[in-house]
Ligand binder design. Structure first.
Ligand code: UTP
Length: 276
């Protein structure tokens, strides 16, 4: 039902400089797999096959990663090393990749609006690949959980997580009424509130399902916090005129846009998921 997933990946990743000077943050490996590939796996599990990536200058390796590398493949063909390409080959067989460039980095909301050309007029998912989500047991991946919810409610949904009070200023924060276990109807939302002013400690993480009317709202959304066009501001507008849900997902999230989160994710994957 939701067939496309948008990956805004045009940001500068300044927290990882100098590594991100010429390498996209989304290509940073967690052990031996780039962040973006974890996101693509999650979207495929949720039934999506259209991977729409918003890139920027100097982000060619994102495109190359999901393409054939003839020289390399020829070189290792028939050897045991071919096994190492099994997963990425399966992704390439099962997904279609499209790319568009965001020319000016005017914020996440602007990156999502840039993706309109690839999405068209249908509901879609968004993954911020630097928020890496893994299963914490047998349950479905976060995006698959959200798709199930979308089938029931047919409106935009943001994934949220409770964060300590002293960290609310780093996130978009929602306020809402609980309408069911772990599901809230959003009535307020604020991007990176000043310390001590957050309406709750429910932080939006990098997973969204958006209905396509968000594009028209984004077109009219003025720059907000940090002078950037914020998806949070557009979603608040959508919540006021329609419905936006927040979903406290099951699973584990690592903030791989920050050094401690990246190290934590690396250790987790090495200990629990990596196979020689
Ligand atoms: P972040 O603010 O976390 O990423 O944006 P950043 O700007 O790349 O990182 P820092 O803060 O400088 O270290 C959240 C997501 O939105 C994308 C980023 O690529 C990231 O996935 N983004 C942000 C865009 O695609 N375009 C933008 O203009 C801004």
């Amino acid at each position: 039902m939701i067939k496309k997933c948008l990956f805004p990946a045009a940001g500068y990743g300044t927290r990882f400089l100098p590594a991100t000077k010429s390498m996209p943050k989304e290509m940073m490996p967690i052990v031996n797999k780039p962040l973006i590939e974890f996101g693509v796996d999650e979207a495929l599990e949720a039934g999506m096959t259209g991977m729409c990536i918003v890139t920027g200058r100097g982000k060619h390796s994102l495109m190359d990663h999901f393409d054939i590398n003839y020289e390399l493949e020829h070189q290792i063909s028939g050897t045991a090393k071919e096994e190492k390409l099994k997963d990425i080959r399966s992704i390439m067989d099962n997904a279609r990749f499209t790319f568009i460039r965001q020319r000016e980095m005017k914020g996440l909301g602007h990156a999502i609006l840039t993706g309109k050309e690839l999405i068209g007029d249908e509901p879609f998912a968004v993954i911020l690949a630097d928020d890496m989500c893994v299963k914490d047991g047998e349950e479905d991946g976060v995006l698959k959980q959200m798709v199930a919810l979308y089938k029931q409610f047919r409106c935009s949904i943001v994934a949220v997580e409770e964060v300590p009070d002293e960290e609310t200023h780093k996130y978009g924060i929602i306020k809402g009424e609980m309408i069911k276990d772990d599901i809230y109807r959003v009535d307020d939302m604020v991007e990176k509130p000043e310390p001590g002013t957050a309406p709750s400690n429910m932080a939006i993480i990098g997973r969204y399902i958006l209905t396509p009317d968000i594009f028209d709202i984004l077109k009219d959304t003025p720059p907000g916090k940090g002078g950037e066009i914020q998806i949070t501001d557009a979603l608040l507008q959508q919540a006021k005129t329609g419905c936006v849900l927040a979903y406290k997902f099951k699973g584990k999230r690592f903030d791989c846009g920050s050094v401690p989160g990246y190290i934590e994710a690396t250790n987790f994957v090495y200990e629990n998921m990596y196979q020689e």
